[in-house]
Ligand binder design. Structure first.
Ligand code: ACO
Length: 378
C-alpha cells in the first residue's frame, strides 16, 4: 500500500480484542460488553480485570485481583523526590510523564518475555498512577504526599491521596464511574503511541510515559481541560450562538466536539452528561452546565451535518469541576483511568509483536549538491 493517508484515518494498524467502537451508531464495548452496562454495574477494578484478563471476574477473582492492585500502590519515595525537583508551575501531565518514565529506574523491566512479570508491571502502573498524580498536586501545594489507605477502593484512595480526607460514597462512585468510562478506547492517539513504543520491546514505563505525552495534547485528552477554559470565556447562554458562529467563521475548533471515529454523540458523553445533571441536582447547578448544554444544542444545528457532536471530554470537566478538582488535573485523571487500557494494549501487542515501521512519501529535494561550509555564505 503506497497511498498517503493523513492522520492514518481509517487505516487498520492492528487486530485487537480489547474494545469495539461503532462510530455511526455510537457504540463502545470493552471486550464485547456495552459501556453503558459497565458504567451502571461495574467498578473500575472490575473493568481493569476485564481489560487485562479478557473477561469479567468472579467475586473470588475480583477480590484477589483487587488485593494485588492495592499491594502495588506504593509510589517510591524517589519519585516524590523527582516531583519535588520540578517547578511548582509544571503542568501535572508533564510531571506525570516524567514520573512514569522514571518508574523504570525503580522497577527495571527490560525483559518483556515474562508474562507474569509483564502482568505485574501492568498492574503496578495502574496501581501507582493515582499516587503520582496526587503526590505532585500536594507537593505543588506545599503539602506532603500521603500514604495510600489499603482499605479504600482505587477511586476512594485517589481522592484520599489528593485531599487528605476519606471521600463519601457518592463522590467515590462518581469518580469510579468516570474511571470506568475513560479506561479504554481502541486505537486512539495515545494508545497507538504506546503500542508503537511497545513494538520496539521498550519497557512498560516508557510505553506509558509516551502515551501520557500524547494524551496531554489538546486534540486528545487535553481537551477536557480546554473545554472548561473555553466555557468560562462565555458569559451567558445568550452569548452562545455568537460564540459558536465566531469560532466557525475563524475556523477554530470547539473543544470537546468532534471525533475521528464517532459521527454521532459519543456514548460516554451521554453517560457523563446524565452524571453531571444528577450531580448538579444534588449539589447545586452551575451556569457552566447551562452554557455547555446550549452550546451542544447550537452545535447540533450548525455542525451536526458534518458529524460533529460532543465527545467524552465535553461534559467530563464539568463533573470534575463540581467535584472540586483543579482544572489542570482533569487530563491526569483521564490518564489514571486510561493506563489500564494502555497496559492491556501493551500486553496484547507483545502477544504477537512486529515492530511498527510505516513508510513515508518523500517530498524533499533529490540530487541536491553538497556545498562546502566555506562556500555557503555568512
Ligand atoms: N469544532 C469545529 N469544527 C470541527 C471540530 C470542532 N471541534 N472538529 C472537527 N471539525 C471540522 C473541521 O474543521 C473539519 O472541517 P472541514 O472539513 O470543513 O475542514 C472537519 O470537521 C474534520 O475535522 P478534522 O480535524 O479533520 O477531524 P479529525 O478526525 O482529524 O479530528 C478531532 C478529530 C481531533 C477530535 C477534532 O474533531 C478536534 O480537534 N476536536 C476538538 C478537540 C477535542 O475535543 N479533542 C478530544 C477528542 S476525544 C479524545 O481524544 C479523548
Amino acid at each position: 500500500m503506497s497511498e498517503f493517508v493523513p492522520g492514518l484515518a481509517g487505516v487498520v494498524a492492528a487486530r485487537s480484542a480489547i474494545s469495539f467502537i461503532n462510530g455511526t451508531e455510537g457504540v463502545l464495548r470493552y471486550r464485547g460488553i456495552r459501556i453503558e452496562d459497565l458504567a451502571a454495574k461495574s467498578t473500575f477494578e472490575e473493568v481493569v480485570y476485564l481489560l487485562i484478563e479478557g473477561a469479567l471476574p468472579t467475586r473470588t477473582q475480583l477480590a484477589a485481583f483487587d488485593a494485588e492492585l492495592r499491594a502495588l500502590r506504593g509510589v517510591p519515595e524517589g519519585i516524590f523526590a523527582l516531583l519535588r525537583a520540578l517547578p511548582t508551575e509544571t503542568h501535572p501531565m508533564v510531571a506525570l510523564q516524567a514520573a512514569a518514565a522514571a518508574m523504570g529506574g525503580f522497577y527495571p523491566h527490560f525483559d518483556v518475555s515474562s508474562r507474569a512479570g509483564n502482568r505485574e508491571a501492568a498492574l503496578r502502573l495502574t496501581a501507582c498512577l493515582p499516587g503520582i498524580v496526587a503526590g505532585f498536586d500536594r507537593i505543588r501545594r506545599g503539602l506532603e504526599p500521603l500514604a495510600s489507605k489499603p482499605e479504600l477502593s482505587h477511586a476512594a484512595d485517589f481522592l484520599w491521596l489528593l485531599n487528605g480526607e476519606v471521600p463519601d460514597a457518592q463522590e467515590t462512585r462518581i469518580l469510579d464511574l468516570c474511571l470506568v468510562l475513560h479506561a479504554e478506547h481502541g486505537f486512539n492517539a495515545s494508545t497507538f503511541t504506546g503500542r508503537v513504543v511497545a513494538s520496539a520491546l521498550a519497557n512498560p514505563y516508557a510505553v506509558v510515559s509516551a502515551a501520557v505525552g500524547t494524551l496531554s495534547g489538546p486534540l486528545h485528552g487535553g481537551a477536557n481541560e480546554e473545554v472548561l477554559n473555553m466555557l468560562r470565556t462565555i458569559d451567558a447562554v445568550a452569548d452562545v450562538p455568537a460564540f459558536l458562529q465566531g469560532r466557525i467563521d475563524n475556523k477554530q475548533k470547539i473543544m470537546g466536539l468532534g471525533h475521528r471515529v464517532y459521527k454521532v454523540k459519543d456514548p460516554r458523553a451521554g453517560v457523563l452528561q446524565e452524571l453531571a445533571v444528577a450531580l448538579f441536582e444534588d449539589k447545586g447547578s452551575t451556569p457552566l452546565y447551562d452554557i455547555a448544554y446550549a452550546l451542544e444544542q447550537e452545535a447540533r444545528v450548525k455542525l451536526g451535518g458534518k458529524g460533529i457532536y460532543p465527545n467524552v471530554d465535553f461534559y467530563s470537566g464539568l463533573v470534575y469541576d463540581k467535584l472540586g478538582f483543579a482544572t489542570d488535573l482533569f487530563t491526569p485523571i483521564f490518564a489514571v483511568s486510561r493506563v489500564s487500557g494502555w497496559t492491556a494494549h501493551w500486553l496484547e501487542q507483545l502477544e504477537d509483536n512486529r515492530i511498527y515501521r510505516p513508510t513515508q512519501q518523500y517530498v524533499g529535494a533529490m540530487d541536491a549538491p553538497y556545498t562546502d561550509i566555506d562556500s555557503r555564505g555568512a
